[in-house]
Design a protein around this ligand. Sequence first.
Ligand code: SAH
Ligand code: SF4
Ligand code: F3S
Length: 473
Amino acid sequence: MKVYLETMGCQMNRLDSELVTVSLRAAGHEMTDDRCDADVVLYNTCSVRRHAEEKVYSRLGGDSRRKAHHRPRLILGVLGCMAQREGAELANRFGLLDIVCGPGQLARLPELISAAADGSRVVALDPDPIEARRGAKATEGAASADDSDFDALDLARDFQDGHAGAQAYVRVMKGCDNFCTYCIVPLVRGPERSRRPERIAQEVRRLVDAGVSEVTLIGQTVNRYRWSDGSRTFAFSDLLADVSEIAGLRRLRFVTSHPLDFTNDILHVMAERANICEYIHLPPQSGSDAILRRMNRKYTRSQYDELIDRAREIVPGVVLAGDFIVGFPGEAEADHEASADLIRRSGFKNSFVFKYSPRPGTAAARTMLDDVPDEVKRRRNNELLAVQHEVGLAHCRSYIATTVEVLVEGPSVRAGKQGFEPTPQRTQLAGRTRGSHIVHFLGPERLAGQYVNVHITDATALSLQGDREAGQE
Ligand code: SAH
Ligand code: SF4
Ligand code: F3S
């Protein structure tokens, strides 16, 4: 059958979709980019903000009408975080929905599609997240020593097919136990579990053998990675050290880090290993202690500032990026100013800024009033972005007249808008530095997937512009 799969959300979902695609192809299905031509339409969904969910409702509305009027055999499925959050209710709301599949059940998707083709409605959900955590506590110790198949989807990875060119994601952990009060992730992705270090290293080794040179280790709080089997304990710094030794791995990255668990051990490994990129995505969420406390972030503003200073001291040239939530319940103008001040002090390369969106079932939605009006959220959002724009511009301009190593990703979306007709021999290319800056420069298309040195001549708040050094391939 022809399958259309659309992905919303974070890098976890993108990796899940990549792995699901491989398993669907292995089961004999064909992927298509054309939703109207597909026999199976799947959405891998995100629940982190209401807006992300509304997009899926509107897509499902359109698909349901098409199914009702023209395509009675069309199979419709919702996968991932929103499927897990809403469960059977989603199927009740959309009567023509065939598959609801939680993020931990994706390895079963080919089987669910077969069942749907036979006329069944299938709802495959992960165990209740709160119950699952109780269960894990009862068997602590054994829990991390067993070889459970919570990473079945990752283990089935196809190393010829399961990644895009030179870059690949590798999951090191699943779930999250932090329970930031605004966040749905612990309720949809279940308890935090770390994968066996040998499995991670083997996956990276195979990807490198298949031509990958840049690997990003991913986890909701990747730096909380911890594996223990009684005789030895493996922390995130140990994992980084081990994986960085894999021959042929030119760049090693990781996202997303929680400020609370960012130990000096991690910073030292970053400084020592040449292939670990000096880039840390370290979301502060707010610059105000009062708000951080109500968010249950478990660190203070001064601890965050101190961590940034430490990172800059131990890892020379480290590039930092942040996330902020504006309009969290009770956020006063002074709290908002504290976030702006944090950005000014931080030197962040970039920040993502989100308007607070109450998520059903979270502590904030249950116990705090969403009392900041939308127009105030919008204004604060714009204000933080404006401050970040200044900071990002100064940061990017500091690279002018230096030479940076760029992994070329391919022709830039700007190609063709440069006042000349691009050719395969000369087009506007885009790539990334070790610090994750986007770089634009002219070159031949065949450089995609390769590393080149680019001399930086200009910068905006979001990207660098330069010339390829002469004499390079
Ligand atoms: N695991 C990552 C973040 C996952 S969600 C971490 O802990 O940093 C990605 C970002 O979405 C968060 O950093 C936060 O800024 C934002 N976010 C999460 N829940 C939100 C909500 N209810 N409303 C608005 N933004 C939210
Ligand atoms: Fe959500 Fe907090 Fe976990 Fe990040 S650390 S996924 S924001 S609960
Ligand atoms: Fe969204 Fe789920 Fe990721 S809620 S941010 S897709 S873990």
